[in-house]
Design a protein around this ligand. Structure first.
Ligand SMILES: C[S@@+](CC[C@H](N)C(=O)[O-])C[C@H]1O[C@@H](n2cnc3c(N)ncnc32)[C@H](O)[C@@H]1O
Length: 370
């Protein structure tokens, strides 16, 4: 994709100019290799108190966002759409989503109503705890996505089913389907299907264990939602095409993802290598530009401080439950995993906090079948 027309009919190029990238390549590589070296030293045992790590990140990131945003184009592949819809799915499952489900239930929290939710919570409405902030986020989604009782809804990358379970609690006549590739997440959901207290035990819920890249459905949906999944999508054009093919006429797609207010996509070498293989953060304004089969009718930028507060709560849960968490199997020595995971959470807190949350936040897009 080289250029297109945006929703206001302005001619825009969603891609950072490749010549600009090559001009800055030396500094991009230098910046990212220093970053990787620092992160790997930390993972391997370098003693660095949290406050020092935080203050270093809090000093560097605002300068980077304001003056040198191109430094976050950590890889050349960020300049182009990928061949597959979602990228490196198997490696992503192995390094991230197939980690023991107990890690996530402990870190993200769970209750009878709110299953572990691995995306931003909404604190701006005054929530004083994580569960309430996640409920506020889903109430906000229900309004923006115009969910109605009786809707047939598909959730792409449904995680532990938090959004669908909450929707079923409010709209008992809806028919909801969750798609997920993670064995661990699906196992969690299957235990809920057998739990009489769960809304998933009704015949209004269907779980599909499968890959967004290859899955097909016979039925079409009134609403499709996807929260925190398209960070793994490298080809928006073809993904929107696929989503459109799954919608009924006049159907709507509600997309919620991490976005950045840059003219280009961004990534992080540490997070890409150790936490979320091949992840990319799309430019907030660029997302609708890839729409050929869907029309963006509304969009919202949610301030990143909502995410830093959410991540701070996850970090607290992680730290408070060390005795239990160290008994789980991560496929590596626990101390190494703990350092890697704490660095991931602290790194993300700083990324979302920088510049008062105005640069890196979450983008929400309401799209209709064009
Ligand atoms: C960050 S989590 C968000 C989960 C959930 N939407 C939420 O809000 O809690 C991303 C989810 O997408 C799923 N996922 C990632 N790539 C996928 C793919 N190619 N096909 C299906 N699911 C995928 C992961 O297994 C995980 O459950």
């Amino acid at each position: 994709m080289t250029s297109t027309i945006d929703i206001n009919n302005k001619f825009v190029s969603p891609e950072f100019n490749e010549t600009d990238y090559h001009q800055h390549k030396f500094f991009i590589e230098l910046f990212n290799s220093i970053q990787m070296r620092g992160c790997e030293s930390y993972i391997n045992g370098l003693e660095l108190p949290d406050f020092l790590l935080k203050s270093t990140l809090n000093t560097i990131l605002p300068i980077c966002y304001q003056k040198y945003p191109f430094l976050l184009i950590a890889y050349e592949w960020l300049l182009k759409e990928s061949e597959y819809l979602a990228e490196s799915s198997d490696e992503l499952m192995e390094k991230q989503y197939n980690l023991p489900k107990e890690l996530f239930t402990t870190m993200l929290g769970e209750s009878t109503l709110m299953y572990p939710k691995y995306t931003m919570a909404l604190w701006e409405k005054g929530a004083t705890n994580l569960e309430q902030a996640q409920i506020d986020m889903l109430d906000d989604l229900i309004i923006k996505a115009d969910i109605k009782d009786g809707d047939h809804i598909l959730d792409i990358g449904c995680g532990f089913g938090s959004a669908l379970h909450y929707i079923l609690s409010k709209f008992p006549n809806s028919q909801v389907t969750g798609l997920n590739l993670s064995k661990q997440h699906c196992q969690y959901i299957r235990t809920k299907i057998k739990d009489a207290q769960s809304y998933f035990s009704s015949d209004h819920f269907t779980l599909v264990e499968g890959d967004f890249n290859t899955i097909n459905f016979e039925q079409k949906f009134d609403k499709i939602i996807s929260l925190g999944v398209f960070e793994h999508v490298g080809n928006l054009t073809n993904s929107f095409k696929k989503v459109s093919s799954l919608l009924k006429d006049k159907g709507q797609f509600f997309l919620h993802i991490i976005t950045i207010k840059f003219p280009h996509s961004a990534s992080s070498v540490f997070l890409e290598k150790y936490i979320f293989p091949r992840f990319r953060v799309w430019g907030y304004e660029n997302v609708p530009l890839y729409n050929q089969n869907l029309k963006t009718v509304n969009k919202w930028f949610m301030n990143g401080s909502n995410y830093s507060q959410t991540l701070t709560a996850w970090l607290r849960n992680f730290d408070d439950n060390q005795e239990y968490l160290k008994t789980l199997d991560y496929g590596m020595e626990y101390n190494r995993f703990r350092r890697m995971w704490r660095l991931y959470l602290m790194w993300c807190i700083a990324y979302f906090d920088a510049c008062n949350g105005e640069v890196l936040g979450n983008g929400q897009y309401l799209m209709t079948k064009a």
